[in-house]
Structure formats: C-alpha cells, structure tokens
Unconditional design. Sequence first.
Length: 145
Amino acid sequence: MKRWFVVVLAVGALFAAAPGGTAVGVATVRLVIAHVLEHCHVWTIAPKPLGAYRTLGASARITVRPGTRLVIRSDCPMDFDFAQTGGPPLRLGDPRTYAGTSRTIVFAKAGVYRLTATNVQTPEERGLTVLGEPNTLKLTVTVKR
C-alpha cells in the first residue's frame, strides 16, 4: 500500500507541472474547418472517437479559460489565411494554414479575441461545388478566469 501511494504521488507530480513551469492539465479545444455545399465552410467541433461532428456555423463563439490551446484543422482541400481582428495580441506566426494541417493558438490572457479564416483558393480552383459565394469564417474566443 505504501509503495502504491508513493507511485501515485510521483505520477501526480509529473502531471502537476511541465518543463518551464507550464501546467500540463491545460485544456485543448479542437475545431475543424469543414467544407459544405452552401457557402463553402463552417466551423465544427472535432468528434470524440466514433462520434459525430457538431456544426457551429460560419460564425462561432467559444468561451475558454486562460492557457487554453485551440487546435484548428482544415478538413477542406483549400488553404486558409488566419487574421486577428480584435483582442489582446496573439502569436499567430505564418497566417497561412495548408489543407490537411493543423494550427495551434494559445490564449494566455483574459479578453475577447476575434479571428477570421479566409480560403486562399476559389472552390473552382480546387474542383469543389458551392452554392452561393464562398464565405470568410469568423471566430470569437472569450477567455475568462
């Protein structure tokens, strides 16, 4: 029993802090850019294994805690340019995210962040069918303590 307790404490200590003093238990939210027939794109919540996607629409709002990692993956064959249009400055790096890749954004400070994701290619250039004009995705992330 004593040995088991020591192992539990050691494992707990490993998960309490990561190198550099960053908490390991930081939440991760996964969003997917999905191609749809009407207006081209929507935000969806990535499913758990064997689950279904939950569609949020072309304009989405999420609320998270400071330190949350947002992982955005494109399931669309188009590339996207990301831009921040409001809120405390983020480190977005290269604005371009390529088809099939992911982008991770960390929200360190409380505030309201506004982002856009605009497709680089037209649907016709990628051989896609769309009803209506292609849209620019909008995302509002509210970070509360």
